[in-house]
Design a protein around this ligand. Structure first.
Ligand SMILES: [Zn+2]
Length: 105
């Protein structure tokens, strides 16, 4: 099945502490069905000191979100929408917005 969410898409988060937040998809973990959204779902990670020059730190990193918890923001109607697939005459499959019917790809 073709992916509904792709890298560089603008998405809106539908659940959790970042509900309503929009961001760009930085990467898609296809196998796990998860996505990493820039600036969203931040978690703190403690990193041990590696040497005296590199002391321990607390890093803030983006944790992956389940792809079903985000929706693509349509460029035409700028709403978080459900995405459908449409087959073009030349056999290509493109995504479209189920709200305004505009092609997304
Ligand atoms: Zn739309």
């Amino acid at each position: 099945m073709a992916a509904k969410v792709r890298r560089n898409d603008t998405v809106q988060i539908m659940t959790g502490k970042d509900k309503g937040r929009r961001g760009e998809v930085r990467s898609v973990l296809t196998k796990e069905g998860r996505v990493i959204v820039t600036g969203a779902n931040l978690v703190k990670k403690h990193r041990r000191a590696r040497s005296q020059l590199e002391p321990s730190q607390i890093l803030t990193v983006e944790a992956p979100l389940d792809a079903s918890n985000v929706r693509v923001v349509c460029r035409s109607c700028s709403q978080a929408v459900r995405v459908g697939f449409r087959l073009l005459e030349d056999g290509r499959k493109v995504r479209y917005c189920k709200k305004c019917n505009e092609a997304i790809d």
